[in-house]
Write a protein that binds this ligand. Structure first.
Ligand code: M6R
Length: 610
């Protein structure tokens, strides 16, 4: 959450910082701010409540010259969204700081800083960093050593960049629990919380490790590890595409990302299937040796990624013949749980930085799992670095806060894992062949499914005045119903619940009336007849249904039911295929509702705080 951009250059950097913020805005969008050291030696700061565009307009009306600067887009944790709480925070007129994360001991630090004579102008935890650095500068000669002394006093998570008006030749950055990357240019260097911010100015990046503090000047980057010893961190060429941060022909990132799914699926499969088998090395160099012994899978994730795990549980138990548990990371980490023998820990995360998932991984590593694997979209992210194995999703940058292509690519990765583990367990050669062929048919099938967009757009009109909705599915489609409900509530703010359809008569049937649209996912599988009985239960109570059904499922539209045919597909991939109409439905409903599709209220893309 929150986005950081910084630069030390000869040229003016305000526009670079603003473009970086625009590219990071999906990470937090309550308020934004920028500080630059001007050629006259002043520290000029501008902050605005609201979107980055507000800040951009302010900078354009009061241009900021200067080659050293920092900028931030905020998702409020401590202190309401306001201009006073927006970053950068300053100590006097010399020190400016931007920060991602949460300083847990900020109250104690605030009290002792007040006693030392510092006056606070915000409610944020971040302001203590600025004053601490200022205080430490009275005891240390350099900004670097003052920041090193400061971070020793901080408890919690931080990615922070500090600048000092009196020495514009450098900034000092520090990372613990919140990612930071350094971008290498020609005679200039940049800092960001995500490489995406810096792609217009460089493609060469070094990722800071936990506990690193670095001094960044135009010509040098000196990095020190948690013990203060000098270290080098590899500088790598980015694989992220240059236009990843652009919407292209689409009105919203979400729609762009929905339409990118056939290509994203193609990319994730590429080179990972050979001779009718899933190539085990897709999960890491020594994956084959580890995966062959797996007898149980424990999945941990949050939000949409958790839903992917729930679908995979059906797959692992049905096809691979290994048991599987799935748990929300924030529950797993605070619960005493049992580790089964030969148990593989799998985390799923688009960002690789979700605080609860990362904490759960760290905890699980102490607990005796045979190995940890992450299914993750962001190379170099914390989950990738801290797991024994990684399946890199290659979905491409996902910017819309509502996760779309990451979900379907996660499902494909999980299905591959079912193949790779299953062949050493219950998956026979014929079923493995069918699974692999189904995976290979995905890109074309998704392309075909996207053709439903126009019909779904028309259907969305019916939701314009609705406040509640219910999503139903059975078997591995019940987590798809949950994902459909999450998408709808997240971007249209319509209250949406999801149930395994068999649960209807155990309570939710009481909600059914003409004001409660019921969305049903109905592929042609062995549970179809059971699902049809559930549909009748709704019909008998005067409910209005929207059924996404297989062509051969023989549903027909009438007064109580609108049926949209989904292209027929293999049962292995049905959860992936049926996700697309639900994504499109939530998108079009949100358009009608006029909500901010890519940046829904109160949310942020990457949840790096607990
Ligand atoms: O980056 P992660 O996959 O770990 O994120 C987990 C959730 O925060 C995320 O999936 C969230 O639920 C999405 N915004 C839902 O669309």
């Amino acid at each position: 959450m929150c986005g950081i951009v910084g630069a030390v250059a000869q040229r003016d950097v305000a526009e670079i910082l603003l473009e970086g913020l625009r590219r990071l805005e999906y990470r937090g969008y309550d308020s934004a701010g920028i500080a630059v050291t001007t050629p006259e030696g002043e520290l000029k700061r501008l902050r605005r409540l609201g979107k980055v565009q507000e800040l951009t307009d302010a900078v354009h009306s009061q241009p900021m010259a200067g080659g050293t600067g920092i900028a931030h887009t905020r998702w409020a944790t401590h202190g309401e969204p306001s201009e006073a709480n927006a970053h950068p925070h300053m100590s006097g007129s010399d020190i400016a700081v931007v920060h991602n994360g949460i300083i847990e001991n900020h109250e104690a630090l605030r009290e002792s800083l007040k006693e030392a004579g510092y006056a606070f102008t915000s409610q944020t935890d971040t302001e203590v960093i600025a004053h601490l650095v200022d205080l430490e500068l009275t005891r240390h000669d350099t900004l670097l050593s003052a920041v090193q002394a400061t971070v020793k006093q901080l408890e919690g998570a931080y990615g922070t960049v500090v600048m000092d008006r009196r020495d514009p030749s450098r900034v000092v950055v520090a990372r613990s629990g919140s990612p930071l990357v350094i971008g290498y240019g020609m005679g200039e260097h940049f800092i960001a919380s995500d490489q995406l911010a810096l792609l217009p100015v460089t493609r060469r990046f070094a990722f800071l490790e936990e506990g690193d503090v670095a001094e960044v000047t135009r010509f040098d980057v000196n990095i020190f590890d948690v013990n203060g010893d000098p270290v080098t961190r590899d500088v790598k060429e980015s694989e992220v595409s240059h236009d990843a941060g652009d919407k292209g022909q689409y009105r919203h990132y979400m729609m762009k990302e929905i339409h990118e799914q056939p290509v994203a699926l193609q990319r994730t499969l590429e080179g990972r299937i050979a001779n009718g088998h899933v190539v085990a090395s897709a999960f890491g160099e020594n994956a084959e040796a580890l995966l062959k012994d797996v007898k149980h899978v424990q999945i941990i994730a949050c939000g949409t990624s958790y839903h992917a795990g729930l679908v995979a549980r059906y797959w692992f138990e049905q096809w691979a013949g290994v048991s599987c548990n799935v748990e929300i990371a924030s529950e797993f980490r605070y619960r005493r749980s049992h580790v089964f023998e030969n148990s593989l820990l799998v985390t799923i995360s688009q960002s690789g930085e979700t605080a609860d998932t990362l904490a759960a991984l760290r905890l699980a590593k102490e607990m005796g799992y045979m190995a940890s694997l992450t299914i993750c979209n962001v190379p170099g992210s914390s989950l990738v670095r801290e797991s024994d194995m990684a399946y890199m999703m290659k979905a491409g940058a996902e910017i819309g806060v509502a996760s779309t292509k990451a979900f379907t690519v996660q499902l494909a990765g999980l299905l591959m894992l079912v193949g790779a583990i299953g062949r050493h367990n219950a998956l026979d050669a014929q079923t493995e062949h069918a699974l692999v062929s189904a995976l290979q048919s995905l890109p074309a099938k998704l392309e075909q499914t996207l053709a439903m967009a126009e019909d779904i757009e028309a259907l969305a009109e019916d939701f314009a005045d609705k406040h509640h909705s219910l999503f139903l599915g059975r078997g591995e489609q019940s987590p798809i119903a949950m994902e459909g409900a999450l998408k709808l509530k997240e971007i249209s703010y319509i209250h949406a619940e999801a149930y395994a359809a068999g649960e209807l008569k155990h309570g939710p049937l009481a909600l059914i009336d003409a004001e409660m649209p019921v969305i049903v996912v109905a592929p042609n599988n062995e549970l179809l007849e059971k699902l049809k009985s559930n549909v009748e239960e709704v019909r008998a109570r005067g409910g209005l249904m929207y059924v996404f059904a297989d062509t051969n499922a023989h549903f027909s539209s009438d007064d109580t039911m609108k049926v949209l045919n989904v292209p027929h597909c293999d049962e292995f991939i049905a959860p992936i295929v049926y996700t697309l109409p639900l994504q499109l439905l939530s998108y079009y409903v949100a358009l009608i509702k006029g909500t901010d599709v890519d940046q829904p209220r109160n949310l942020a893309k990457s949840v790096t705080v607990e």
